[in-house]
Write a protein that binds this ligand. Structure first.
Ligand code: FES
Length: 575
């Protein structure tokens, strides 16, 4: 039997010298007994709790349950805060700060002498940022997500986070409901702690944590306020101690095989487009080779099995009662790497074997899917040489192949100023193009790609149009929306050269996106193109760092100097 290496914390709390005295003495000021430092696993609880991140506002409660499990298993839990990103609150966009959170997490995990860590996150960017930072340190790691909020209920109707904001907002702008009705839905939609109750980005990431094997079964779907989530947190506390004792770092679980599992599950659940940038960035931290094309290739034979908003009808609460992720993985186990290990101690195959759908309307069998095809379409062409993506399940069938004239907005301000102008030259066949919303240009690649439709078209009954941008869109959004166009317009990508009236052709099934302008004209436009002024607030500080180092969407928008890992070794003492 190979000898287990000594615990990482022993090199700090086990020292019989002045440094050891200092480390232990100050920790004992919290009431920790002497034997806390006798070689027991020190478990960090990396918490993105914040009242400015309402989706994570209950994480201090869950942390208490994780602690119970850690104590029970013989470890010592130590909770610490990292920065938090409230998707609906922070401006100009939470994505601008995902990599900052990842840096915060990475340095905390390396700098403090913990043996393992539980990542408490949930709201869209918090879990990806935490996982990216943790992957660059590679300690034993386990994710406990916030869990979804309860289903929204409004005037006899079930309403879902985000998705029904977009729908009700368009209905109000079209004059179908009053402004009063629209605003009175606010409290009814967000009824409890937890993340968005649709299959938005947070619930998608929570689901993929199960598929990646870094969270316990139920992590994605057990409602935030359900006692079973506290039980799961308790069990997570026990399991992280076991992972430390078994010396199983995060890289045990984050492999090419589990990324493939995650991409296939992503298709089956109709997950958020934002997952693409997060998984690409995470793979970059782990040294796993993953490309944009993998998302298209690996999801081609996976049908949409889960009938959840924004692609379908139900919400995360329904998904949980129907069997959650184990049921989905049971249905697609034939395409999963079933021998992949998970933090639970079971393999993915063992978890899938125990899964069952208890409501075949919500989690459909393979024989009668919600949609025969799903996943992510990766488009290429002279408008997106670096790639672009779309979510076919969220698009309108009649627009999947479409040619139309461009209506160009040079920035988000230009869009907001003109979209409802009665004189705007736009029809249902037009293709709306939005520039300057990429990773560098906005900065931070905001969720504005699902541009609201022009009011005059809404009043005519139009509910979808082809929209193209270098932005992202909310995981709760829908429409025939082409996102993540690369290179972004700020960098002088072809998107920057599009002019009003240019013909654009989308051929989704052929995976092409073409600007039907001849090469000579594009060369002329490129010669005349001028580098835009610096993005707002980018003269100094973190935003300056971001703009100078963020990579394009097809590699996940990490900062170039953060790719890869540095491990957990610290060679110098603090005194
Ligand atoms: Fe936090 Fe949707 S806004 S999860």
């Amino acid at each position: 039997m190979p000898q287990k290496p000594p615990l990482r914390s022993a090199g700090v709390y086990g020292k019989k010298d002045r440094d050891g005295f200092i480390h232990r003495s100050w920790m004992k000021s919290q009431g920790l007994p002497d034997d806390s430092f006798d070689g027991r696993p020190i478990v960090g609880l990396c918490n993105t709790w914040s009242e400015l991140t309402p989706c994570n506002a209950h994480l201090r409660i869950l942390a208490e349950h994780v602690k119970r499990g850690v104590w029970q298993a013989g470890g010592v839990p130590l909770e610490f805060p990292v920065s938090s990103l409230g998707e609906t609150q922070i401006r100009p966009t939470a994505m601008l700060f995902r990599n900052l959170l990842a840096m915060d997490v990475e340095e905390a995990l390396r700098g403090y002498a913990m043996d393992g860590v539980v990542l408490l996150g949930g709201c869209d960017k918090t879990t990806p940022g935490q996982l990216m930072g943790a992957a660059s340190v590679d300690l034993p790691t386990l994710v406990v997500s916030s869990g979804p909020m309860l289903s929204g209920k409004f005037r006899g109707e079930t309403i879902g986070s985000g998705t029904d904001v977009w729908r009700l907002s368009e209905a109000a702008r079209a004059g179908e409901i009053s402004e009063d009705s629209f605003f009175s839905a606010e409290a009814a939609m967000s009824r409890s702690a937890g993340v968005c109750n649709t299959m938005g980005t947070a619930s998608t990431i929570g689901s993929l944590c199960e598929a990646l094997g870094v969270a316990l079964p139920g992590n994605a779907s057990i409602p935030a306020v359900d006692a079973r989530r506290r039980t799961m947190a308790h069990m997570a506390g026990r399991r992280i101690v076991a992972l430390v004792q078994e010396n199983l770092p995060l890289s045990t679980f984050l492999t090419r095989a589990t990324f493939e599992n995650a991409i296939r599950v992503h298709a089956a659940i109709g997950g958020s487009t934002n997952t693409v940038v997060h998984l690409l960035a995470l793979a970059g931290r782990c040294g796993v080779t993953l490309t944009l094309e993998d998302f298209d290739q690996l999801s081609r034979d996976i049908p949409l099995l889960v009938d959840l908003k924004p692609s379908g009808r139900f919400l995360m609460e329904d998904f949980d009662y129907a069997g959650g992720m184990p049921a989905v993985m049971n249905h697609i186990s034939h395409v999963l790497h079933t021998n992949a290990p998970t933090v639970s101690g079971q393999t993915i195959g063992e978890i899938a074997a125990g899964g069952e759908s208890f409501n075949t309307e919500v989690i459909r069998p393979l024989a009668s899917p919600v949609n025969a095809s799903s996943g992510t379409w990766v488009l290429r062409g002279n408008l997106a040489p670096g790639g672009a993506i779309m979510k076919p399940n969220a698009a309108s069938a009649h627009l999947l192949v479409h040619e139309g004239p461009a209506v160009v907005f040079e920035s988000i301000e230009d869009f907001k100023a003109r979209v409802d102008d009665p004189d705007l030259d736009v029809t249902a066949d037009s293709i709306m193009v939005l520039k300057q919303c990429g990773p560098k240009g906005y900065p931070g690649m905001p969720e504005v790609g699902n541009m609201p439709l022009p009011k005059k078209l809404l009043e005519q009954g139009v509910r979808d149009m082809v929209r193209i941008s270098d932005a992202r869109m909310s995981g709760t959004a829908y429409g025939t929306v082409i996102l993540h166009v690369s290179p972004e317009s700020y960098m002088g990508g072809p998107l920057a050269l599009v002019q009003n009236g240019d013909r654009i052709k989308l051929d989704g099934p052929a995976r092409t996106l073409s600007l039907l302008v001849d090469d000579a004209e594009l060369t002329r436009r490129r010669a005349a193109w001028q580098v835009p002024p610096p993005p707002p607030n980018s003269e100094r500080g973190y935003v300056n760092l971001h703009v100078n180092h963020v990579m394009q969407a097809e590699t996940g928008c990490d900062l170039d100097f953060l790719v890869g890992k540095s491990g957990s070794t610290v060679t110098r003492e603090s005194h």
